[in-house]
Design a protein around this ligand. Structure first.
Ligand SMILES: Cc1cc2nc3c(=O)[nH]c(=O)nc-3n(C[C@H](O)[C@H](O)[C@H](O)COP(=O)(O)O)c2cc1C
Length: 212
């Protein structure tokens, strides 16, 4: 099969996709069609992985009981995080919305199988953490594919991972990586919410070059 040529207009659109991908915390409540969610998962699974181990595990969380437990986990961890800030920072932190757990129609926990049979160990002997990196690449691929379809994703990490694993009854070898809120965004923006809220700013890319 001949590899496709990516036209200048495709590249311009791709640039826009990168620019408009956002971490979303404000969702509309209508569900995303199941067929589309499956397509996003299929695209995520095109991500590279060490030794072709495909160690990502996407766990749909639909049970109201489990969702409530995750919500409580988040509330506790977020309250604790607030105590780590003082003065202006604490005030500002308290006003941030750091998860869309109440309104996102879909919730997906992502785990990494840290000891997958698939891939037969290739490439991870010296750096076992490469399984985690592979799974994170799948999350990012899911994120971009979702953005292209007008679907928003918010990554929640303000959680106690051991408790989240227990809530979801996961095997001990599966490392909790992310809790994703997924749904149609209530608003669109080409800048991060944390930047718009004055919490932090992005740096010019050229500052990221380090020469040796
Ligand atoms: C590993 C990881 C964990 C994150 N955890 C949270 C989180 O717990 N709550 C939250 O509101 N955003 C979280 N974010 C989103 C970041 O705040 C966001 O990506 C960053 O501010 C840049 O904004 P953008 O993604 O819209 O460009 C997380 C992002 C990553 C990559």
């Amino acid at each position: 099969m001949t590899a496709p040529l990516f036209s200048p207009s495709f590249r311009a659109s791709l640039d826009q996709l990168f620019t408009w991908r956002r971490d979303v915390r404000h969702f509309r409540t209508e569900p995303v069609p199941e067929a589309l969610l499956l397509r996003l998962l299929e695209t995520a699974c095109l991500a590279p992985s060490v030794g072709l181990s495909e160690p990502w595990r996407f766990v749909r969380v639909d049970s109201p009981v489990r969702r409530t437990a995750i919500r409580e986990n988040f509330s506790r961890c977020n309250a604790e995080a607030l105590t780590g800030h003082s003065g202006d920072n604490a005030q500002r932190y308290a006003t941030l919305k750091l998860a869309g757990l109440d309104d996102a129609p879909h919730q997906i926990a992502v785990f990494c199988d840290t000891n997958p049979a698939q891939g037969r160990g290739l490439g991870r002997g010296t750096m076992p953490e490469t399984t985690v990196w592979s799974a994170v690449m799948a999350i990012h691929t899911f994120w971009l594919a979702a953005t292209a379809e007008g679907v928003g994703l918010g990554w929640v990490s303000i959680l106690d991972p051991a408790e989240a694993s227990r809530t979801l009854c996961m095997p001990p070898d599966w490392q909790f990586l992310a809790y994703l809120c997924v749904g149609y965004p209530a608003e669109q923006a080409d800048t991060p919410e944390l930047e718009r809220r004055g919490w932090e700013q992005r740096n010019p890319a050229r500052r990221q070059w380090i020469n040796r």
